[in-house]
Structure formats: C-alpha cells, structure tokens
Design a protein around this ligand. Structure first.
Ligand code: GLU
Length: 513
C-alpha cells in the first residue's frame, strides 16, 4: 500500500503550533515511507471561514519547509483539494447512504430540537438523537413515506443524519499511537451529515475525501479521537476500507495543565503561531515565531520533539535527519508540555552553527533597516563577540553601545551609583594613560597591560574592570571588554573612556545633590 497522508486544516484563522506539528508529523511520515503529503483545505463550514486564513496556512508551511506534494497549488490527480469545490461528491455520497439505509432525512426544526433538549435537561439527562430517540422525532424512519414525500415536495428544509447501527455494540479500531480503542456505539449519536443548506458537515466531507484521495493514514490531533468511531462506521456503511488512524497527543501549557492556548502565549510572552497573523476583522496583529527571529529549522526541531521521542539522547534533528528516523510508534501517548525556554534553546543551537559570514550579512541588513551603518567587517567581529550571548541575532541590537557611544541617558544609573566609587575615576584616568601606550591594540595586549596595571597599583579586578565596562558601554554585561576595546580600536576606546568618565562625573554630581 502506498503511503498517502494529508494535512486538512480549516481556514478559520491562523494555524496554532499544534496544527504545524500535525503537518510536520504527516510530512515526516510520508517522506519516511516514500509517500505523498497532501494539503486539503476543509472549508465546508462557511460561517467560520476567515479571509486570508488559507494563504496564511500555505505561507506558514512554506516557511517551515514542509513541501506539499499534492494540493490546489502543488497540483495532483485527486483535486480539487478544497472542499468547497467538491460539493457534488458529497451529495452523491449522501444519496448512496440514504439508498443503502445508512442515512435518513430528518425534518425536526431547530426549535423542536431545542424543546427536546430542554425537556431532557429538566430530567437531568442529555438529549441524544439516536436509535432510542429517533422514533419520536420527525424523520423518514418515524413517518410514513407519503408524509415524507409531501414534506419533500413542499421543499421543507431537512438535514440528513447518519443512522447509527444498533449493532455492533462497540466500535473497535486500532490507533497507531494508542493501540486498541473501543467505544460503545450507545454514545454515538445520529450525526448530521448534510445540513439544511445542503452543505456537508465535517464528518461526511472528511471521510468522503480521505477515501477519494486514497489516504492511507489519518494523522491528526487528539481532539478528533471522539469522531473516529463515527468515521469508522461511515467507512463501513460505504463499504470502503478505512485508513489507519493515529491521534497525536495535545501540546500542553508550560505548567502542564491543559491545552496550550493563545492566552498562554500572551501571558508568557511567546508566540503560539508560526508566523505573524493579522486579523482581517479587527486588524490586530499577533506575532509569530518567524517575526520573533526564529530559524525555521529550530522551530521545526522544537516541534518535532514535542510528542516524538527518538529514544536516545540526540535532540538536534534537521528535517532530513528526522525523515530518516521518524516512525509513528515513537510518538508519545501523553500530552507534551511546551517549554518557551526550550524553544529559545533550539534557536541558539541553530544560530550558533550558522556560518559567521551569513550572520554578518544578516546583521548588516537588520542594521540598515534600523538606519545604522555597519560595515561587513565590523558585523563579523560583532557576531564573533556576541553570538554566545544571544538567543536571536536581532537581540544583538539590544546592546546599542556596540554601535554607538552611549549618551548620558544610556547609563545604568543604579549601577553607576553602586559601583562607581569616589576613587574610580582616577583609576580609570590612570588606566587610560596605560592603554594609550599600547602599540598593537589587540585584546591579549590590552588584557596583559590591564593586569599589569592592577598589579602595580595593587587593585582587584572588580575595582577597575566593571567601571571600565560601565565607562565604555553604560552598563554591565556583554563580551570581554578587552575584545570590545580591540573592536573599537585605540582611538575610539580612549575617546569613549574619557567621555564615559566625564558623563559619570556629571551623573555622580546629580546623584549627590
Ligand atoms: N479540518 C479538521 C481540522 O481543522 C481536520 C481534522 C482531520 O484531520 O481529520 O483540524
């Protein structure tokens, strides 16, 4: 059997990262088995359709490098790959089910159904349209054919419902991840397959399309597990072979309690969408992993490990490597807890492996967009100094002092107050005299002279190095100041040092007043 899998999102908004993971696992499974990866847009529910959502899905998958083999844009022999273009197929299928006695027309109005629901509720019961109740409802199983014909002739709106078989009692199937799943058919209701407007519901369209598109494996989120028994029954009613099913575990909140939501992302300051989403109605913009500066490979690697266990210590997998070892039996059954720190860690991993020349080019273009002029040579050096200290390349720009001499406003006042003693300025003035004399202004020479100065003056590192850093950068933290001084060059270092000392004197004077 050839492997054919599909990612079948509904264009109702941006893709959640859980959806991207579903797409990823489908992609990997198809590639690992020499199969095909399809994109099918499930847009039967026109009331939930959101403008731009389909384009968003395509762009997001593209950014992630998940190439579609068959789809409306990629082409293929099983198209169209959008459900709104396949309505004829669903009408034909539903007619077949009616003819074979597996589906029936029901004429209950929404109001009548609401009354039945309320009545059941008053008895602390839940109304379910099924073998026990359908006899008391308005449908072609409870009415005479003359009555039905009349209603149909008068164009009375109706739905088509699936006739859940009374036997077997349990629907049993094997989930590739969870093993044997058994569901009592008593909990399966007579689901609507065709709505009053003549449009199919998700269940009908999904099963019909999976069959016609020759899908071998349905790999989808756990939230669809409750629908699987109905789908199995539909396959049986159509006398079609059912595909294999694999229901993926949920992606959980960082705290582990419940499904990861957009609200968690907003609260924790991390995205839950792959790329930026602009809501067409409100115009509000929600950031994505792409806009946060993530390397798509890092993002995909992080998602790969959220629910799939390679069974070793290796955590870094390129898409190609993952294809080589991906299998459904290594997908975990329980929910996978999302970790924003791990996501960042993955980005650092990929960032630090990139060729410096590539990063330097990127740095130059970010700089240019910010109106800063940075030469490629300087960008190279900055990358060398900063790469181990940032999670994203753009973070480098938080250290504004790399690009510009700090002005008075840039100085960390608390740090100046705490770390700059009365005698500090004089130490730095003296240090300046020592640095001035260095012939070859290289980090190792600067460091040697610096240490010599401390020894001669019997001073500790802490008394001079942090002030030296504050004078040059305005704050604490960052790369080695010897390296940074080399980067600045002698003249600029001396000038910055002097300006720093002067500015701090001003700040100190204000603080003492
Ligand atoms: N359209 C469904 C969704 O939005 C697809 C479910 C499935 O893969 O069967 O997730």
């Amino acid at each position: 059997m050839s492997v054919r899998v599909r990612f079948a999102p509904s264009p109702t908004g941006p893709l959640h990262i859980g959806g991207v993971r579903t797409a990823l696992y489908n992609y990997l499974f198809s590639k690992a088995n020499g199969g095909k990866f399809l994109l099918r847009i499930e847009d039967t529910d026109q009331t939930r359709f959101v403008n731009g959502a389909e384009e968003y899905i395509v762009e997001a998958l593209n950014w992630c490098g998940l190439t579609i083999d068959e789809g409306d844009r990629a082409g293929g022999e099983h198209g169209p790959y959008k459900q709104s273009l396949r309505f004829k197929l669903y009408s034909k299928a539903v007619d077949e089910l009616i003819a074979s006695g597996n589906a029936y027309r029901a004429f209950d109005t929404p109001k009548e159904l609401a009354i039945m629901r309320a009545e059941a509720e008053s008895r602390k019961k839940v109304f379910q349209y099924d073998a026990r109740t359908r006899g008391g409802c308005k449908n072609e199983l409870s009415m005479s054919s003359a009555e039905v014909d009349e209603l149909l002739a008068n164009g009375v709106p109706h739905v088509v419902r699936f006739k859940t078989p009374e036997a077997p009692k349990d629907v049993v199937f094997t989930d590739e991840i969870r093993g044997k799943v058994s569901v009592s058919s008593a909990v399966i209701d007579d689901k609507v397959l065709m709505k009053m407007d003549g449009l199919p519901t998700y269940h009908l369209a999904n099963v019909v399309d999976d069959h016609h598109m020759e899908i071998s494996h349905v790999i989808r989120g756990e939230e669809w597990l409750p629908s699987a028994p109905l789908h199995i029954l539909l396959y049986r009613a159509f006398k079609w072979n059912a595909p294999k099913f694999a229901h993926l575990p949920l992606i959980l909140k960082p705290e582990g309690n419940g499904k990861l939501s957009k609200r968690d992302g907003d609260a924790g300051g991390f995205p839950v969408f792959p790329i930026e989403w602009k809501d067409p109605k409100t115009g509000s913009v929600t950031s994505g992993y792409r806009e946060q500066g993530y390397d798509p490979q890092a993002f995909i690697n992080m998602l790969l490990m959220l629910g799939w266990n390679p069974g070793g210590v290796k955590e870094k997998f390129t898409l190609e490597e993952a294809v080589d070892c991906f299998s459904l039996d290594r997908i975990v059954k329980s929910g996978a807890r999302f970790s924003p720190d791990k996501a960042k860690w993955y980005n650092e991993l990929y960032l630090r492996e990139k060729p410096h020349s590539e990063l330097a080019d990127e740095l130059c273009s970010i700089a240019a967009a910010k109106g800063l002029v940075v030469s490629n040579d300087d960008a190279h050096k900055i990358v060398g100094m900063m790469l181990e200290r940032v999670s994203f390349l753009k973070d480098i720009f938080e250290a504004n002092w790399l690009f510009e001499t700090p002005s008075k406003e840039d100085f960390n006042l608390k740090m100046v107050k705490k770390k700059w003693k009365d005698e500090t300025s004089s130490y730095l003035e003296e240090l300046s005299g020592v640095l001035e004399k260095i012939k070859v202004f290289k980090a190792e020479n600067i460091e040697a002279e610096f240490k010599g100065f401390l020894e001669a003056k019997d001073l500790g590192f802490g008394q001079v190095l942090l002030p030296f850093r504050i004078a040059l950068t305005g704050s604490g933290g960052g790369p080695s100041m010897f390296e940074f001084a080399e980067f600045l060059g002698k003249e600029a270092t001396m000038a910055r040092l002097q300006k720093g000392i002067d500015t701090i004197a001003e700040i100190k004077a204000e603080q003492n007043n």
